[in-house]
Design a protein around this ligand. Sequence first.
Ligand SMILES: Cc1cc2nc3c(=O)[nH]c(=O)nc-3n(C[C@H](O)[C@H](O)[C@H](O)COP(=O)(O)OP(=O)(O)OC[C@H]3O[C@@H](n4cnc5c(N)ncnc54)[C@H](O)[C@@H]3O)c2cc1C
Length: 474
Amino acid sequence: MFTFAAIILLAFQNIRTQEGAKLFRAFDTLHFCLVSYSRIYEALQSCLLLLQISLPAANLENRNVLASSRMREDTYLQETRSMTESADILIIGGGVMGASIAYNLAKQGAGRIVLLERQAIGNGTTGRSGAIVRQHYSNDFTIRMARESLAVFQHFADLVGGDCGFVATGMVVLADETGREALRVNVQLQQEQGVNVQLIDGKTVSEVASGYSNEDIAVACYERDAGVADPMATTYCFAQRAREHGAAIREGVTVTHILKQQDRVRGVRTVEGDIYAPVVVLAANVWSRRLAQAVGINLPVTPTRHPMLALRRPNDFGGRQGLHPVGLDLTRKIYLRPDIGGITLIGSTEDVLAASDPDHYAEGLSPEEIAHLRNMAGGSIPALGRAVPRGGWAGIYDDTPDYHPILDHMHACEGLYCAVGFSGHGFKLSPVIGEWMARLILSGTKANDMQPFAYNRFEQGQEIQPRYPSGVLG
Ligand SMILES: Cc1cc2nc3c(=O)[nH]c(=O)nc-3n(C[C@H](O)[C@H](O)[C@H](O)COP(=O)(O)OP(=O)(O)OC[C@H]3O[C@@H](n4cnc5c(N)ncnc54)[C@H](O)[C@@H]3O)c2cc1C
């Protein structure tokens, strides 16, 4: 086409009339357009070629995010992208803690808040939680913390908004003779803190908690207001309310690095680019450890694996709708959590010392684990000896040396805050954790009961001392 136009132009160059000159100018313009068109065409062709190469590469990278965020991080590090975004507060992790913190900050108008979750809201430990809500703790400050959080679960629709699935089932704690004294002291402490809990004779357990066996139980306590919630629904409610207050909740965005300049946090590097912020909150459970380490902070958090068995109760025990009281059987070292659909979830209260890789661990249960948990459950609630195992899963705890969380401002990296180390009992505390962290970030002050959860307590010999031998009981 270009050659054809050139020949016509040459022919018209010999025409000397006025019309001919006009015609010549018209074709001159046409010539210019054709040249420009051919250049644009060439440029478009180059772009298409590049897109053909890069589109499949981008799709492949997306799949790799789910398969291995580490691989994506490495890919990312080979790229250099410019700073494109900023926020006032960044939160890493979309579990119940990150969501509660985002909600509490956003409702106070704390500026532009962005929560970054590498998978989807609740896909970490929270989604695997038993979500038992109890006030049974062995230190006065943890009892108060649990009591305040319980009040939020009880009035969730009014205080936060939405349905967190809380049902007050009541809870029994069962002990043999060896556990009598610890239980007595703890119940007294709880009563002093205003918890509605009574110590009862082991022989009367089945009267307050129908279905439970009185056998081998020396002493028990009954906490009427305890219950269970839905961990996913709770987290979604917090996240949704945070959104309504202006926070951005971004799923599928992995944070690869915390950005630090001198002693201050500058923001984060993500697989989608860097985001500047003067405040970063690390609420990424066991995955926080590697991110913190890169900015010189050692979080003493060990990932440990904990199985949970789902049993279909025999239909003569509560049917599909019935919910029995929660049980903490200190003798058999299990907890029993009623779920809807005639299911009871059984977990172990035993501490696990061996560390697991939180990205590559056995998520299913072994036949031995199923048999053991089922046998133990049948001891606590005899009807469960006839229950059908309906699967189960294992989740990861983020254990600290004293099985209590670290809730603090990291002064080695000003502007960085941590809410990690919930050691298998954090869900029930999430409403208060959100409030405390928001207060610390916005006013620089800690609630009195937050003081014991300082980061430096381990090096200062001020570890929290739970009264029970099992860490998860707190
Ligand atoms: C089997 C089991 C039973 C439990 N039972 C109870 C119970 O009955 N009662 C109770 O109170 N507690 C219980 N817990 C503990 C409770 O579930 C946890 O303490 C709580 O859910 C922790 O919430 P989180 O937000 O800190 O962590 P998570 O829910 O794990 O959230 C952290 C999030 O960070 C994301 N993330 C990680 N790395 C990155 C990154 N680089 N970039 C972006 N995002 C990232 C993860 O994908 C994850 O979604 C149980 C836990 C388990 C495993």
